[in-house]
Design a protein around this ligand. Sequence first.
Ligand code: FAD
Length: 459
Amino acid sequence: MTSSPSVVWLRDDLRVADNPALVAAVDRGEPVVVLVVLDDETPGIRPLGGAARWWLHHSLVALDGALRELGAGLTLRRGPAAEVLPAVVAEVGAGAVYWNRRYGKVPRDTDAALKTALRDEGLVAESFQANLLFEPWTVQTGQGQPFKVFTPFWRACLDRPEPRHPLDAPDAVRPPEAPPASDDLDAWQLLPTSPDWAAGLRETWTPGEAAALDALEEFATGHLADYGERDFPAQEATSRMSPRLRFGEVSPFQIWHRMRGDLPPASRERAQSFLREVVWREFNHTILFSSPDLATVSYRPEFEAFPWADVPESEIDAWRQGRTGVPLVDAGMRQLWTTGWMHNRVRMVTASFLIKNLLVDWRVGEQWFWDTLVDADEANNPANWQWTAGSGADAAPYFRVFNPVLQGEKFDKERNYVRAWVPEIDTDDYPEPMVDLKESRRRALDAYETMRRASPASP
Ligand code: FAD
């Protein structure tokens, strides 16, 4: 009898453990093809930024290694998913296709159309919950609407049944006798060459599932105890799980149950505040689900009339490159450029500086973070930019303008963070602030008033 292989199409779930689509394929008993598609072409899809492409390359190397140990390597293909997936299915004569769900509009529409087309041809096509603990349609207000405010969302999540336990990795993955051809990963050119700006990323990170699980364990038994200090950027008090979650090297189910498991006594009370942050990611995906244009359109429509300033590109470059003359802002922007990651408190301060002190449209900053963050995420990045801009769901009110100097005094009192990234801080080489903080704050508040007057619906 000829076999009808199963195809597992992996996307934001680059792991072998707790992977329901992979488990379903293995359980079907037929040979398994594990496919990853680099799709920069589907209309409306948002191609990954540079830092995320770097991460993807290394995460795929690690995943291919882990799968080979189980018996079957990865199959890599490039192109629009709606064409590539059916082509692979036809090539191998597949009888079933499995994947884990994604929540952006274009990906969802692509997946839904593929599922229908595959089923119409008599194939099994199944999708699974793997990357969110609480899928957007399962947590709603009493009126059946999506939550717009985080705290009631969080409470509603806690009222839901406990998220399921993580699944084990399969013992083996049997490939077809004649596996399909795979692209050469290097030919995808995900790594920067000239210039090679990734030295700091290489020093900072080891992408891949094994390193992700090690990092989670290390955090659970180590710095979780310091999570109360998470607002202090010089402290190593946060998990740095964000790129791991972004690429699905670790699942939120694994994180949730690790936090519910055996922890050092000093960490137990911190676990809940850590999970609360993890659930902000879930909240932002819920927002993305109901507002698919989150990266391009203000969630609060009155902000579409905001009178942004016409700022010269050279000034925006000073922000991008960490040359604003405001120490905490410059430190953050340099940490981002060098490592592909920035501490959350400093993300808020740098974003606020761009939006409020320079009066630059939040979309400009969102795009820069999209290109430079290893954790750049379709839900978390725009939602947090809009949160800072005041235009988002449950956002900081626009008129609450961070003072980046006071933020530094409060959260980096010893200046250890600033000195690490801006060593010239105490010398004559360090410039004066590029804007007067008081004056630019007043200008921002005036602009906000102008918007409010233009829109009677605004608060
Ligand atoms: P921890 O404090 O250890 O938190 C654990 C996990 O919870 C994180 O890995 C993340 O998945 C989630 N989380 C924590 N804070 C937030 C938050 N505010 N919103 C949503 N999820 C959160 N996070 C991203 O994952 N991708 C982005 O593209 C992104 N862009 C941001 C842009 C701006 C302007 C701001 C202010 C924040 C952004 N964040 C983004 C949120 C947050 O800064 C990072 O998730 C966090 O710094 C990651 O570090 P960590 O894993 O050590 O966090």
